[in-house]
Ligand binder design. Sequence first.
Ligand SMILES: [Fe+2]
Ligand SMILES: [Fe+2]
Length: 196
Amino acid sequence: MSEYLNDGNGIEEVTAEVPALVNPQHKSIFESGPKGQPPNILNSLKRDHDVFKTLYQEYNTTKSKSDRERIAKEIMKGVDIHDKIEELVFYPALRDCGMEMGNNYVKQSLLDHENVRSSVYELNILFQDEGVESQMFNNFFNKMMTDFIAHAELEEHEVFKFCQKVFDDKKLAELGKELDEMQFTFQTTYCMNENI
Ligand SMILES: [Fe+2]
Ligand SMILES: [Fe+2]
């Protein structure tokens, strides 16, 4: 597991523990940054990606239908929130960084998000109509996760490294705080809607 730290001379990756999976209905899924350090948007987003990958592995290995339903719902909801928050906090900052490359990454990312979003939309219908055990749901779910993971890897391997060059620690921390606050708001809203 990698953390993105800026030592002033470029990007340093350090090992961190895989965050424990928690129910997003009860608290923000991820804590930002290493313990005692201010939030860092790149660490928060990377932890999102890692949790979805771990959940997907769990989805593929469990034999329990109820676990598959729970995990599938958690992933579909979580991916939707993750992408929306990136679009509200991360991409505007990237677009305004003053470099054309930032704008290009945003354009590509929005296309990738649209692709995943339309799959999640279809999956919600298939979840109700066919169920998680159907071949059709599984095919769509695997496609959505393959697309999501490919996009997450583009972000981690290219976009995050670009961000380390164009943003200083203070800016990354500010964005991290903003992202965490918005994530909490989105999760609370989802939670309230589910309880109606
Ligand atoms: Fe993204
Ligand atoms: Fe992402």
